[in-house]
Design a protein around this ligand. Structure first.
Ligand code: ATP
Length: 489
């Protein structure tokens, strides 16, 4: 940035706790995200994407889909049904163990995750320098899963450590109980247990059960991947933080099937590619992304990492990368009685492939992108709010603004809008001063504004204004389409 540009644009620093409040309000005001069924008081942890939100979400999904299927020679996509034969969830282990341990506070009537209370307590002990006590509690916590009564062991740890609720300071605890996160509903006219079906809690199982269908129909050879974007449902005990933790959300998952023994190599390759995607395709600041290695692995996994993002409320997971061994295929083989093995056509070897999965949450990523992009600065002495979204992610790619609404200028602008809108989402705005119109576009992250002015009528050029620097240049009106196409490559 040159000195003169620096004078035009000055960043104002923002306290992280204020950012969430501002994001929620902007999201509603400008049509990104609304509370679900708001006129009836809403529904906890359910949200609707508005006109701009649904465009931006579609952009995120398209970027993921292109990166994970179309640009990959050996990955194909599917769109499986949300409801599946209920035995799928017995085989996957979700019926027996997709549980969270919950505990209630009798006085405040609030509900908490027992494991979260203990983990937060350990973290606090470490922050306070009480390392010995933290190590002791950590060891006891790690031994919980092997205890004859895990719920009792968690409860005793909470009581023994006098752990209080982080938000209220109260600690009038009930016993710990396990709570299954799957939503149950009944299929058919009779609401008895024979018709129980579940809303899928993850998209992965739709991929595993279709392993042979996809392999055969698409003539795939190991290693190959199957990708899917779709809704998942979890009856989360602890909700909150806007769209970070929802009960209905969208996952973008890819299961990569490999020969046993090669999974760690595939894992490393996917770890690298997935991190790079956030930075290169989505434009997220790399310093806000963090790796987290799971020390405590799920029983079926042999390696697991999370990609975490620095949200305004803390560093939290946006994607999990898991090496899941052959657990899922062997479970489905056992429960369905169907052979799930792969036969190598060249060597004749038979085996159950191992799986490396990349599992990202679309809504969490949406929130990460919004919070990464939120920016307040002063342009030419005037305060503005700007979403510094990458042009690929931004819902509106360009605005077309006639300096004067009526007459030839308006007609030219309408002609440009119509030409551009065949390929891009553009907005036409002729209301209020040009400065106000720029601010409106800055606030929704529109990267470019084309202004049709007096000179346009003389030489068929328009000004293009860049959102981030607020600088302008003139280009031929006929070149606007190519200009946008190049910026979006
Ligand atoms: P968490 O520990 O935060 O509950 P998880 O480890 O259970 O997440 P996974 O089962 O690995 O999550 O799901 C993969 C991705 O799906 C997560 O990285 C996250 O982005 C997204 N996700 C999971 N649960 C939710 C939810 N309740 N709301 C929104 N996104 C979610």
């Amino acid at each position: 940035m040159s000195n003169s540009e620096e004078k035009r644009v000055q960043n104002t620093s923002l306290a992280p706790d204020k950012v969430m409040h501002k994001l929620v309000s902007l999201a509603k005001r400008r049509g990104f995200i609304f509370p679900s069924s708001e006129i009836y008081g809403g529904l906890s942890s359910c949200f609707d994407y508005g006109p701009l939100g649904s465009e931006m979400k579609k952009n995120i999904k398209d970027l993921w889909w292109n990166a994970m299927t179309r640009r990959q020679a050996n990955i194909v996509g599917i769109d499986a049904s949300i409801m599946m034969n209920p035995t799928v969830w017995e085989a996957s282990g979700h019926v027996a163990s997709f549980n969270d341990p919950m505990i209630d506070d009798r006085t405040t009537k609030r509900r908490y995750r027992a494991d979260h209370l203990i983990e937060n307590h350990i973290e606090k002990l470490r922050r306070d320098g009480k390392t010995e006590q933290a190590d002791r509690v950590q060891a006891a916590y790690e031994a919980v899963s092997a205890a004859p009564d895990a719920n009792r062991a968690l409860y005793e740890l909470i009581i023994g450590e006098a752990i209080k609720a982080p938000d209220t300071g109260s600690g009038d605890w009930t016993e710990v109980r396990q709570f299954n996160l799957m939503f149950q509903c009944s299929m058919g006219a009779v609401a008895d247990t024979s018709g129980v079906v579940y809303l899928r809690p993850e998209t992965a199982q739709g991929i595993f059960v279709n392993f042979h269908n996809v392999r055969e129909s698409s003539r795939m050879k190991v290693p190959f991947g199957i990708a899917q974007i779709g809704k998942a449902f979890r009856n989360e005990i602890v909700k909150g933080n806007f769209i970070f933790r929802m009960v209905e959300f969208e996952q973008m998952e890819m299961q990569y099937f490999v020969k046993p023994g090669t999974q760690l190599e595939a894992f490393e390759a996917w770890r690298e590619r997935r991190f790079a995607w956030y930075v290169s395709d989505l434009g997220i600041s790399p310093e806000k992304l963090h790796w987290y290695k799971h020390d405590k692995l799920a029983h079926y996994a042999d390696l697991a990492y999370d990609i975490k993002f620095e949200f305004p409320f803390g560093i939290e997971e946006i994607e999990g990368i898991h090496s899941r061994t052959d657990f899922d295929l062997s479970q489905h083989q056992q429960y369905s009685g169907k052979n799930m093995e792969y036969i190598d056509q060249v060597t004749g070897e038979r085996y159950l492939p191992y799986v490396v999965e990349t599992s990202a949450g679309c809504d969490r990523l949406f929130l990460a992108l919004l919070s990464d992009a939120y920016n307040e600065d002063v342009v030419d002495g005037e305060q503005r709010v700007m979403l510094r979204l990458s042009p690929k992610v931004a819902p509106v790619k360009a605005a077309v603004l006639p300096l004067v609404k009526k007459g030839e200028m308006g007609e030219k602008a309408e002609q440009l809008r119509s030409e551009l809108s065949a390929s891009f989402l553009v907005q036409y705005d002729d209301a209020a001063s040009i400065g106000k119109r720029y601010r409106r576009q800055d606030e929704i992250g529109t990267p470019f504004c084309f202004t049709v002015d007096h000179q346009t009528l003389e030489d068929q050029t328009v000004t293009v204004r860049y959102r981030d620097t607020a600088t302008q240049e003139r280009i031929a009106m006929a070149g606007a389409k190519l200009f946008l196409a190049e910026k979006l490559m």
